[in-house]
Design a binder for this molecule. Structure first.
Ligand SMILES: *Cc1c(COP(=O)(O)O)cnc(C)c1O
Length: 218
């Protein structure tokens, strides 16, 4: 099926209050333009350099989301245009984003990546450390950062019971902390599990292969 048809099918499945991030990593700009022509405006990339070159080439009303693990020394290359950074999992990284945001006199919106998968290959902040981080004076001094919510990736498994349990953990944390910290974004769900993630309370899904087809790498 075409990119346009894939997008239309996904949009039919999800309600309007759910943000759809089209994950275009490794895909050519021609694919992104096809999705753009079909009305898609939010695109997700996991490598800063790749996102920067696509940003430079493509229409300026695209909202670029960085969904990958961040290399701190590359934050400066996207600080002037990135719309939302999903994968922030340390105070050190937040400080670097804050510093680069200050240089451009802007506030950069971020999601904290929370460790919900039981496998130990995944990045993220342990659930029991998130509250303390958000309350810390060091965090509060970062004036050019806005934490909008949380991002989580479930275990890489076919067992949807495990995935559901992990999504439920993240939703519970979000419900607990969102009234205190004014959060409004819960980013969970990918091609294989976004319907389940939405059932579990996600309001932002990151969908790649179900829109653009399978990737050869990444
Ligand atoms: C690649 C990626 C996705 C999209 O994966 P698909 O299975 O192709 O939908 C979502 N989130 C993150 C963090 C990714 O790296």
């Amino acid at each position: 099926m075409s990119i346009e048809a894939n997008l239309a099918n996904i949009r039919k499945e999800i309600s309007n209050n759910i943000s759809l991030v089209a994950v275009s990593k490794t895909k050519p700009t021609s694919d992104i333009l096809e999705a753009y022509s079909a009305g898609q405006r939010i695109f997700g990339e996991n490598k800063i350099q790749e996102m920067v070159s696509k940003f430079e080439e493509l229409p300026k009303d695209i909202k670029w989301h960085m969904i990958g693990h961040l290399q701190r020394n590359k934050v400066k290359y996207m600080a002037h245009f990135v719309d939302l950074i999903h994968g922030v999992d340390s105070l050190k990284t937040l400080k670097e984003i804050n510093k680069q945001a200050q240089k451009h006199r802007r506030t950069i919106a971020c999601l904290l990546q929370i460790k919900i998968a039981t496998e130990d290959t995944k990045f993220g902040i342990p659930t029991d450390e998130v509250g303390a981080l958000l309350m810390s004076d060091e965090f509060k001094s970062l004036e050019n950062i806005q934490i909008k919510g949380f991002m989580g990736m479930a275990s890489f498994t076919e067992d949807l019971d495990i995935v559901k349990t992990e999504f439920d953990v993240l939703k519970a944390l979000y419900d607990q902390l969102s009234p205190i910290h004014d959060l409004n974004t819960l980013s969970m769900g990918m091609s294989g599990d976004y319907p389940l993630a939405i059932e579990c309370g996600s309001n932002m899904v990151r969908v790649g292969s179900a829109i653009f087809g399978t990737r050869n790498y990444n």
